[in-house]
Design a protein around this ligand. Sequence first.
Ligand code: XBP
Ligand code: MG
Length: 252
Amino acid sequence: MAELKALIFDVDGTLADTERYAHLVAFNQAFEEHQLDWHWSEELYGDLLKVTGGKERMNYYLDTYRPDYQRPANLQDFIATLHKAKTKHYNELVATGKIPLRPGVKRLIQEAREAGIRLAIATTTTFENVTTLLKTSLAPDSVDWFEVIGAGNVVPEKKPAADIYHYILKEMNLPAENCIAFEDSNNGIRASLGANLRTLITINGYTQDHDFTGAALVVDQLGEPDQPFKIIAGKASDASYANIDLVKRLMQ
Ligand code: XBP
Ligand code: MG
């Protein structure tokens, strides 16, 4: 059994339901601000989530759904401007405290800290989006709890490429066998398995039908003592929520 030394968390969909309630809202606010006739519904956004990264996602939207849109000569500059506006709206929204962490996230992170287990973040979203969420929804000083925050463009390829996880492992100087990743999506698990990491999946409305082959455990949420998780795939022995003991058992 490999010793558990670090937990590596994805952000969007894993720490909080930010996609539906924050990223999507912020994209639409940016489109409105720029008087575009682009409006992404919750349903359409489910398809757009195939592509990670906000700028990449807007490009995919234009390529796939808007052949009619008259592209400006400097399209990528325009996309970058929109993305900046979207990031501003996202941060304003998250800073209001309206986006709670998913059940069990705060408790498990606190348990890990008490047990001396190291923490890191592996995400494709923008760095300031992560720090605002952590400061607002976890704890004001929680950015410092994470030894490495791998975000945005620190690596050449976003998820599903494994680059961000390779980066985290290198920064922490840890082999994959001593770590576990927490993810919520197919793009996420492809990235974590690509770096040979055991992976615990918490599904959400956008990812419940994704393929999670290779996951150590798939549950609907991390759960709490009074709010048991539902097991979708894998074995959790007699556990009814994810605590450090269960995570250690997944390392076997
Ligand atoms: C989530 C994503 C991101 C966000 C948008 O990745 O796919 O692209 O939706 O973020 P993860 P930006 O689950 O790995 O955190 O607009 O800042 O790119
Ligand atoms: Mg995610």
